[in-house]
Design a binder for this molecule. Structure first.
Ligand SMILES: [Zn+2]
Length: 826
C-alpha cells in the first residue's frame, strides 16, 4: 500500500511481527452414520445413502467456490497448502465421482501435505550473494519469522512479501535462508511457497522443522531483492496455567454432552451457585427437532411421488399411511379415500384396463383430497411427473426419520419440537458494569468438542470461585454468557440420526430437493446467516443452494438461532468480547472474515490498535492452550479468518465486531497435533474418541486444553475492564532537524490506534488513521522529504485516549501530541 499526501510519502519497511499456515494431516475418524431404520415398509428411494469422510485437494479458491456452489460442504479441516487448498467432505460414492469430474483430487487418508517435507531447490536467485542494498527493502519484506517448539521439536515459520509478488510472467520466486544462532552464517536455502488467494498475491511462506533456534533469516527474491529479519518466539515461555494453582480444580466433563445434558447442567449450575450464576432464556425458540413425515412412492424417476404430511411426524404425521391401489376393471377415474390416518389413492385405469394416473396427477389429488393430512405432494426432484404411477401393494407408512437411535447416545426420548435455548450467565456483578464475554458453541451440530470445552470452562469458574484467587478475579471482573449449544436441533440430529450434520434442521428447500433422500442436506448454516459481509451482499463463502453445507438461508437473520444472538448483544450492551467456538482445525481468528471474490475485497480490516490487541490476546490465550500438553496453534493459523482460512460470508464475528464493536474471536479447537512418533502433524475430527490417545486426537484432551484458553480469554476481558490507563505513543525518530529525508513511524507502548494530521489541523477521530504497511505487518513508514508537522493522539483497545485528550471537542488547551520533522538540506 502506498499513500501520498503533502510531502509525506509512505514507504514500506522491513518488519518483524505478525504470523500464518500449516501442515495438513490425514482425515480423522470417519464419523459413524446411522443405519436405516427397520420396521415400516419403505421404498428404496428413501434409503440412507452411504457416506464417508474424504480428504480433497483443490487447486485454489476458484475451485473451492465451484465446489461449494455445487453444494459440497467443505467447512473445517480446510488448510491452505502450497499447491492450493485441502479440505474434508462427507460424501457419497456418487459425489466422489462428481468432485473428480470437477478436477478435485481425492487424497488417501495418509496423503496430507506436510510442509516440513517440502523439497528444497528451485530457482537460482540472482544476486543472492550480494550484500543487500538499502533500496532492496522496497522489494522484499519479512512479514514474520516465528520459532516455536512442540513435543521436543522446533519449527520455523516465515512469511515474506515481495512488491512484485502479483507478477505472473514470470512469477517472482523467493528463497529463504536461516542462520543457526547468533553470529552464525546463513545457509540451508529453501524455496518459499507463493500464496495466491482469489487471484491476489498474499505473500510467500514456509513452515519447516529445525533443531536449533535461528537468530536471523535472509530472504532473497529472484529479481534481486534481499532482506534479513530477526526471528521471534511464538508461544515460547508461556506462564504456568491456572491448573497449577493450589486449590484450582479442573477436569469436570467426562464425555460428550447432548443439548439436553448441557442445558440441564447449566440450569443446575444456576441453582447451585445462585450468588454468581443465573439462566437467561433466549426469546426465539428454534424451529425444532422435528420433521414432516414423508415417503417417496409409486415408482422411480417420472413415476415417483413425494408425499409430506401436514402435521409434524411426532404430532400425528408418523401415523399416516398412503396406499396406491390398483382396482380390477377398466375406464376408472383417479380418486382418493381417507379413513382415519389411512389414505388410499385409487389409481385411474384406461379403456384397456392399464394403470393411467401420472405422478403429477396423483400428487395434485393428494394435495387436494387427503382431508388435510398431506400438505405437500410433488414429483421427484426435477421430474415433471409424466410417468404412470405403480400400485404400492399395500399401505406405506410416512415417517419423519427421527426414530433412529445412535449406539452410545444416552437413553431416553429426545424432546421433539421447538427448543428454548438457555444462556448460563456467570459473574459476581451481573449488572452491566463488567465487561461481558459471550462464549457461543456448536453453531455447527457435529462439532461436539466446542460444547464440552465451553461447559468445562463454566464448571471451572463456579468450582474455583471460592478457592482460587485468579478465578475469583475473573468472576468478579467479568460477566460471562455461555451458550453451550446454539444449534440443539442439529446437535440432536448429529447425536441420534446423522453424525455429520452441520446445519440446523430448518428445511427451506423447494420441491426438487424436498424429498426425504435429501434430508441430511437440509438446514441453514447458522454461521452464514448474519448481516455483515453476507452472501446476500455478494461476499464469498455462503451458498444460495439449500442443500449446501454453507447454505446462508433465504435472507439475513432468517433463523431464530441467529436472531437470538443479536437480541442478546443488543440487550446486554456490556458484552465486549465473544468467542465463536468451532471444531476442528487448530485456528484462532478474527476480522476480516469475508471478502468479495472479484478483487478479493475484504470487509474492513480492524484498525492497527485492534489488530495488535487481537494478536496480543491470541498470544495469551494460545499460550494457555499450549500449557496443557504442548499443542501449538501455529502462527499461520492465526489472524483474519479470510486471510488464514477462507472467506465465510455472513459469519457471526463480522456482525458483532462491525455492528457492535465487540472483539469477536473465532476458533477451531482440536486437530493439528504434532506427533513426534511419525514426525507429522495429525489432524483432528469432529467427534474424536473421548478417551483417545491423550497426546493426539482425544475429545477429553482437546476439551481440557482449549478450556485453558477460554479461561485466559476471561482474564483478557477482566484486564481490559480494569484498564483505565491511557496509552503513550511516539514518533520515531522524533521531531528535530535532519540534513536529509528521513523515515519515521509511530510507536505505542500498548496496542493502540494513532490518528494524525500533517496539515497543521487538530487531530480528531476522523483524521488519518495510522495503518499497517500491509496486512499482517506492523505500522507503515513515512518517508519525509520536506519539513512536516505531525499532530496526533492514540487510543488503546479499552478506549483510553492518550493524555486524556478529547478529540471530539476543541478544548482550551488541547493535549494532543505534536512533532515537527525539519528537513534542512544545506
Ligand atoms: Zn463450525
Amino acid at each position: 500500500m502506498r499513500r501520498r499526501h503533502l510531502h509525506v510519502a509512505l514507504l514500506a519497511l522491513t518488519a518483524m511481527t505478525g504470523s500464518v499456515l500449516m501442515a495438513t494431516a490425514p482425515a480423522g475418524a470417519d464419523p459413524a452414520h446411522p443405519t436405516a431404520g427397520a420396521g415400516a415398509k419403505r421404498s428404496h428411494l428413501e434409503a440412507q445413502e452411504s457416506v464417508r469422510l474424504v480428504r480433497l485437494q483443490l487447486t485454489g479458491a476458484d475451485m473451492l467456490d465451484k465446489v461449494v456452489a455445487a453444494g459440497f460442504d467443505l467447512e473445517h479441516g480446510v488448510k491452505r497448502v502450497p499447491t492450493g487448498i485441502e479440505g474434508e467432505a462427507v460424501v457419497t460414492a456418487e459425489q466422489v465421482a462428481e468432485l473428480q469430474s470437477m478436477g478435485v483430487r481425492i487424497l488417501d487418508a495418509d496423503e496430507g501435505f506436510a510442509w516440513n517435507e517440502q523439497a528444497d531447490g528451485g530457482f537460482q536467485a540472482a544476486g543472492r550473494q550480494a550484500v543487500a542494498p538499502l533500496s532492496h527493502e522496497q522489494t522484499v519484506r519479512v512479514v514474520r519469522a516465528d520459532w516455536f517448539t512442540t513435543k521436543g521439536q522446533g519449527f520455523l515459520y516465515v512469511e515474506a512479501r515481495t512488491t512484485e509478488g502479483q507478477q505472473e510472467d514470470p512469477v517472482v520466486g523467493m528463497q529463504l535462508e536461516n542462520d543457526s544462532g547468533r553470529g552464525t552464517s546463513f545457509g540451508f536455502a529453501r524455496t518459499m511457497s507463493r500464496f495466491v488467494d482469489s487471484g491476489q498475491y498474499m505473500f510467500h511462506r514456509n513452515l519447516f522443522k529445525l533443531d536449533e533456534r535461528p537468530s536471523q533469516i535472509r530472504v532473497t527474491s529472484s529479481t534481486g531483492g534481499v532482506t534479513t529479519g530477526k526471528v521471534s518466539d511464538w508461544l515460547e515461555n508461556a506462564p504456568p496455567p491456572l491448573t497449577e494453582n493450589r486449590g484450582y480444580k479442573s477436569d469436570f466433563v467426562d464425555g460428550y454432552q447432548t443439548p439436553q445434558q448441557l442445558y440441564s447442567r447449566a440450569k443446575e449450575i444456576a441453582r447451585q451457585y445462585p450468588d454468581i450464576a443465573q439462566i437467561i432464556y433466549l426469546p426465539n425458540k428454534t424451529n425444532g427437532y422435528q420433521r414432516k413425515a414423508q415417503a417417496t412412492i409409486g415408482g422411480t424417476g417420472q413415476s415417483a411421488v413425494v408425499v409430506s404430511s401436514a402435521a409434524w411426524g411426532h404430532e400425528g404425521g408418523n401415523d399416516i399411511s398412503v396406499d396406491f391401489v390398483e382396482r380390477p376393471g377398466a375406464d376408472l377415474p383417479l380418486a382418493v379415500e381417507v379413513t382415519g390416518k389411512a389414505i388410499r389413492v385409487l389409481l385411474a385405469k384406461d379403456a384397456a384396463g392399464a394403470l393411467a394416473s401420472t405422478a403429477a396427477q396423483v400428487a395434485t389429488a393428494l394435495e387436494t383430497q387427503s382431508a388435510g393430512l398431506v400438505d405437500r405432494a410433488h414429483p421427484y426432484r426435477t421430474n415433471t411427473g409424466t410417468g404412470i404411477v405403480a400400485a404400492t401393494g399395500g399401505p406405506i407408512a410416512l415417517t419423519d426419520f427421527l426414530d433412529q437411535k445412535r449406539v452410545g447416545a444416552p437413553e431416553g426420548e429426545v424432546p421433539r419440537g421447538p427448543a428454548t435455548i438457555p444462556v448460563l450467565r456467570i459473574g459476581k456483578h451481573r449488572d452491566g458494569t463488567k465487561p461481558g464475554v459471550l462464549i457461543q458453541a456448536q453453531d455447527h451440530a457435529r462439532e461436539w468438542v466446542p460444547a464440552t470445552t465451553s461447559l468445562e470452562s463454566a464448571e471451572r469458574l463456579v468450582h474455583n470461585y471460592r478457592t482460587d484467587r485468579e478465578t475469583k478475579k475473573i468472576v468478579e471482573g467479568t460477566d460471562v454468557f455461555f451458550i453451550l449449544s446454539n444449534n440443539p436441533d442439529g446437535a440432536n440430529y448429529s447425536f441420534y440420526n446423522f453424525a455429520s450434520q452441520r446445519k440446523n434442521l430448518t428445511n427451506h428447500c423447494p420441491d426438487e430437493n424436498a424429498d426425504p433422500g435429501r434430508r441430511d442436506s437440509w438446514g441453514v448454516d447458522l454461521n452464514r446467516n448474519y448481516r455483515v459481509g453476507s452472501g446476500h451482499d455478494g461476499y464469498a463463502g455462503g451458498s444460495t443452494v439449500c442443500t449446501s453445507g454453507t447454505y446462508q438461508g433465504p435472507e439475513e437473520l432468517s433463523e431464530p438461532e441467529s436472531q437470538n444472538i443479536i437480541w442478546l448483544v443488543e440487550k446486554y450492551r456490556n458484552i465486549k468480547f465473544m468467542m465463536s467456538v468451532h471444531s476442528n482445525g487448530g485456528q484462532l481468528f478474527w476480522q476480516p472474515g469475508a471478502y468479495i471474490a472479484d478483487g478479493r475485497i475484504t470487509t474492513p480490516r480492524p484498525p492497527l490498535g485492534d489488530e495488535a490487541f487481537y494478536w496480543q490476546s491470541a498470544g495469551r490465550i494460545l499460550s494457555q492452550v499450549k500449557a496443557y500438553r504442548e499443542t501449538v496453534v501455529t502462527p499461520e493459523n492465526v489472524g483474519g479468518s479470510s486471510d488464514v482460512l477462507y472467506s465465510s460470508a455472513g459469519n457471526v464475528r463480522e456482525d458483532l465486531y462491525h455492528t457492535y464493536g465487540i472483539y469477536a474471536f473465532g476458533w477451531e479447537v482440536g486437530g493439528s497435533v504434532y506427533n513426534p512418533a511419525t514426525g507429522n502433524w495429525q489432524g483432528g475430527s469432529f467427534q474424536p474418541p473421548w478417551e483417545g490417545d491423550p497426546n493426539l486426537v482425544s475429545g477429553h484432551s482437546e476439551t481440557m486444553e482449549y478450556a485453558n484458553g477460554i479461561m485466559e480469554m476471561f482474564r483478557v476481558a477482566a484486564d481490559w475492564g480494569k484498564d483505565k490507563k491511557d496509552p503513550k505513543s511516539s514518533l520515531v525518530p522524533g521531531g528535530g532537524k535532519y540534513r536529509a529525508p528521513v523515515d519515521v513511524r509511530f510507536e505505542t507502548n500498548e496496542p493502540a490506534t494513532v490518528y494524525y494530521t500533517t496539515d497543521g489541523s487538530r487531530p480528531t477521530l476522523q483524521s488519518q488513521r495510522y495503518e499497517a504497511t500491509e496486512f499482517r505487518e506492523p505500522g507503515q513508514v513515512f518517508h519525509v522529504t520536506a519539513t512536516t508537522t505531525f499532530k496526533w493522539f492514540s487510543v488503546d483497545a479499552a478506549g483510553n485516549v492518550e493524555n486524556n485528550y478529547d478529540p471530539t471537542k476543541k478544548g482550551k488547551r488541547d493535549s494532543y501530541r505534536t512533532a515537527t520533522i525539519r528537513i534542512d538540506k544545506k
